[in-house]
Ligand binder design. Structure first.
Ligand code: G1P
Length: 288
């Protein structure tokens, strides 16, 4: 494999932690300042060389498709009024990018969502991006880091970061033994272990580059106790052979926007860097 051009965005989740905001709006459409989470994720993918976006959706997610559609009437109106900055804001996707929407059918877990992309991905390595793991776009591109590592290792690579003890049970956790560099071979991986059972504090972040072998493994992965097919369980089967699965240490700043606190932290951090409002935000925080 010399390049990776397809990215899968599982967006079929129910977003229960953000109800009622997510009753009719997908959580991936929640904005950090003025841009939805899904658009940050898509921009990261495109910057990393991805040209086909595959969204795995559920019934109430039409707004994600709408968001990436052109809006010619409004664009023309802004154009005529000389409001070019607004025209630019409406351009949410370059025209050379292909997008596809695949219904997940039932919300049966991340592994099940990824499996729905099997026919479109075919026999190629591909990227998986969970938009609610927001990685600040300045400087570090996690998807590009994984793609480069996968090409160099000719293997699957997933993004990891140390997580605090009280969060260990909310992540896939990997054991890499003694880290030797930024990219390390994975010895074991387990989905959401208790702190006592966790092999380390290295949590899997929502960025993956996977070999197409994963589809066959997912097809043969049993559902967990909650009835979900976990991607982590299929990844664990990749470890039957050596040098099949690597962990890349995330260099960027990430916020878990699947939780209220992470979402607020991401918003505050981004506001403090937004030229238009940062001074007023600082002043506001000082006086709050
Ligand atoms: C999923 C994965 C988990 C991973 C996490 C990253 O969990 O199952 O292994 O660590 O994404 O965000 P979820 O957040 O969907 O519960």
């Amino acid at each position: 494999m010399t390049k990776i051009t397809k990215a899968v965005f599982p967006v079929g989740g129910m977003g229960t932690r953000f109800l009622p905001a997510t009753k009719s709006t997908p959580k991936e459409m929640l904005p950090i300042i003025d841009k939805p989470l899904i658009q940050y994720a898509v921009e990261e993918a495109i910057e990393a060389g991805i040209t086909t976006l595959i969204f795995i959706t559920s019934a109430s997610k039409h707004s994600i498709s709408d968001h990436f559609d052109p809006l010619p009437m409004l664009s023309e109106k802004f154009e005529k009024a000389g409001k070019h900055h607004l025209v630019k804001k409406l351009q949410t996707l370059p025209i050379n990018i292909t997008r596809m929407f695949v219904p997940q059918g039932e919300p049966l877990g991340l592994g099940h969502a990824v499996l729905q992309a099997k026919e479109i991905v075919g026999d190629e390595y591909f990227s998986v991006i969970l938009a609610d793991d927001f990685i600040k776009p300045n400087g570090h591109n996690a998807t590009k880091q994984l793609i480069d590592a996968a090409i160099s290792k000719q293997a699957s690579v997933i993004s990891v970061e140390e997580v605090p003890d009280n969060r260990v049970s909310q992540y896939g956790i990997v054991d890499i033994g003694t880290a030797t560099s930024e990219i390390n071979s994975i010895l074991s991986i387990v989905e959401k272990p208790s702190l006592a059972d966790a092999p380390s504090n290295l949590g899997v972040i929502g960025r993956y580059v996977l070999s197409p072998k994963i589809f066959e493994l997912l097809e043969n992965t049993q559902s967990d106790k909650g009835g979900e097919i976990q991607l982590t369980d299929a990844l664990a089967q990749l470890l039957n052979k050596p040098n099949n699965l690597y962990a890349a240490t995330l260099n960027g700043k990430r916020y878990d926007c699947g939780h209220k606190l992470g979402y607020l932290q991401a918003s505050i951090d981004s506001a403090l860097e937004d030229k238009e409002i940062s001074d007023q935000v600082k002043e506001f925080i000082k006086n709050i």
